[in-house]
Design a protein around this ligand. Structure first.
Ligand code: SF4
Length: 560
């Protein structure tokens, strides 16, 4: 039976490892292929493409980011072909198969790791045998078994990473890679807490595939392991391998539990790692102990903060710290403290998410206990609970937009440093919050804004607070460009004066010689800003070894 597997990825650069695993597990026995799409594509177009080869079975991977689009796709597929057998799989459907079977025009749901279950289901359908298979639900029988595939059997399949059809695209995609499955922790908002135990792929499988990816130009490998550093030996073996096989222009991301990092491992990484190679994503979520207890998240913030500081001091690993708003017992004030505790650690990015009540999780089952109200449709974000009302969650959302645009974007480093050193010392959230409310009050554009608008907005906000950081803002602005930009401020130099100055500098031979410049560069690639009487700041947009931003020079003119 001709089978097509598909999923809708969130972005073009993503690729689905699950789809490839399902494909390699069945391709020797069945007539099977796979096609990937992105959520912004029209469901009609996706349906047409999937039906092109007249499949009898279509299998779809459902995730929190594609639920609604997949529902629409299923409707269209069903309208176009009543006889089509539609199978769903993926974390979104695994724990509540009955909901999807009752509400969507589908035939089967596979719960859990579907590699071998799908293969068995296709065989049963092909041979007209019973489809009452563990982890397969149909309208007549719901299975509550969550499949766990034999990892050694997966490792023995043709590699999902070495498919000929992926080779060309490898450099343009994020490569998802797993060295283990499962998580030993029990965080009640997370689907991984429902899996039992941690299982490791064989080292030959891991190293063989990693070597292939490194040799074939992969740019970004994102390790999917839920807690990468849970097993010390496993972690160091893989870190050793990646360090031994370092290749410029490759970076790796790992999800790390910071409390259990050892001094020995941090020292090793700080000494051995090349720059810009590893990035750690560290979930902190909350620093309030009653919250951690309520969601069964084991965490020692003091230890975690100490380890993070040690990593920061090494200066080799980019840190991305995660926080969740809306957890039990976190009022607005308590959340502010969690945010400030986490922000103070100095991560390059602070990812602020909003609690989602995922199907199957312990917290969703306890929703009434904490007074949660949440969106009925995916992504099931909370609307309020006993501790935080909607209006305060909205306020945090406004602050989160500012955090993304002004901190996580990395485009305002000097301005942000000055703000937090001089004006909002240890009051990080207060800054993002106040600016967020100012944004809202002034109806500043949240989308489709020009780059310059971001600078104008923050300049205006700072002016209302009597904070003068124009120099820092201007330098940040210039540092974002490779060629001379227009500026975000009203020019204070008349055009004629500017022209005369550039002419004068372009003919100042000693000055040009001293700085290895020429007249053309001055005239075409130089921004000029007055500093004080007869002194000007020249920002010269040239590429020069050792220069990571435009060249900045002071110029004193006797004539102006
Ligand atoms: S949040 Fe992280 S540590 Fe907690 S259960 Fe999920 S994957 Fe494991």
């Amino acid at each position: 039976m001709k089978t097509v597997l598909s999923t809708l990825n969130a972005k073009y650069i993503h690729s689905s490892l699950a789809l490839r695993l399902l494909y390699v597990a069945s391709k020797e026995k069945h007539d099977i292929s796979f096609k990937e799409f992105v959520i912004k594509e029209r469901p009609e177009t996706i349906a047409e493409s999937l039906l092109e080869t007249n499949p009898q079975i279509i299998g779809l991977g459902v995730y929190i980011w594609n639920v609604e689009q997949t529902r629409q796709l299923v409707e269209i597929l069903r309208q176009k072909n009543e006889k089509l057998i539609i199978i769903l799989g993926g974390p979104e459907v695994s724990y509540e198969p009955d909901f999807f079977l009752n509400n969507w025009a589908i035939d089967y749901v596979i719960s859990g790791e579907g590699e071998f279950v799908l293969e068995e289901l296709i065989s049963a359908l092909k041979e007209g045998k019973t489809t009452e298979i563990a982890s397969v639900s149909s309208r007549t029988k719901i299975s509550r078994t969550i499949a766990q595939a034999d990892i050694n059997k997966i490792a023995a399949l043709p590699s999902p990473h070495q498919l000929a059809e992926d080779r060309e695209d490898m450099q343009h995609k994020v490569i998802y890679f797993e060295t283990s499955r499962g998580c030993p922790y029990q965080c009640q908002y997370c689907l991984s807490s429902l899996e039992k135990g941690v299982r490791y792929f064989p080292k030959e499988y891991i190293f063989g595939n990693l070597k292939y990816l490194i040799d074939n130009g992969a740019k970004l490998i994102k390790f999917l392991d839920r807690t990468f550093n849970i097993n010390k030996k496993h972690t160091t073996d893989i870190f050793d391998f990646m360090i031994d096989h370092y290749r410029p222009n490759l970076s790796c991301q790992f999800e790390v539990y910071a409390d259990i990092l050892t001094d020995e491992l941090i020292d090793y990484l700080n000494n051995k790692l090349p720059e810009n190679y590893f990035r750690f994503e560290i979930g902190i979520q909350s620093t309030y102990e009653p919250t951690d207890v309520a969601v069964k998240r084991k965490q020692n913030f003091e230890l975690l903060a100490r380890n993070i500081k040690k990593i920061m001091d090494g200066g080799k690993i980019d840190l991305h710290l995660d926080l969740i708003a809306g957890l039990p017992y976190e009022t607005f004030e308590r959340f502010t403290k969690s945010f400030n505790d986490v922000f103070a650690l100095g991560g390059k990015e602070v990812q602020l998410g909003f609690l989602k009540m995922l199907r199957g999780t312990g917290l969703r089952n306890m929703a009434n206990h904490y007074g949660y109200e949440y969106e009925v449709e995916a992504p099931y974000e909370i609307l309020f609970n006993n501790d935080i009302p909607t209006v305060e969650l909205e306020q945090i959302r406004d602050a989160e937009e500012i955090l993304e645009k002004y901190w996580n974007s990395g485009k305002f480093p000097l301005t942000m440093t000055a703000i937090f050193e001089k004006y909002y010392s240890k009051q990080y959230f207060e800054f993002f919050d106040e600016f967020g409310q100012f944004y809202k009050k002034n109806n500043f554009l949240k989308h489709k804004f020009q780059f310059e608008d971001l600078f104008r907005y923050i300049h205006r906000f700072l002016q209302t607070k009597d904070i003068d950081l124009f120099d820092e803002l201007r330098t940040d602005y210039y540092n974002n460009f490779k060629i001379r930009p227009h500026g975000f401020w009203e020019s204070t130099l008349e055009k004629k004066v500017r022209k005369q100055l550039l002419y004068q500098i372009g003919n100042d031979k000693p000055f040009l010689k001293k700085h290895l410049l020429d007249r053309k560069t001055i005239e075409k690639q130089t921004a000029i800003d007055p500093m004080d009487e007869n002194t000007y700041l020249l920002t010269i947009f040239i590429e020069r070894e050792g220069l990571s931003s435009p060249l900045r020079l002071k110029y004193r003119s006797e004539e102006h």
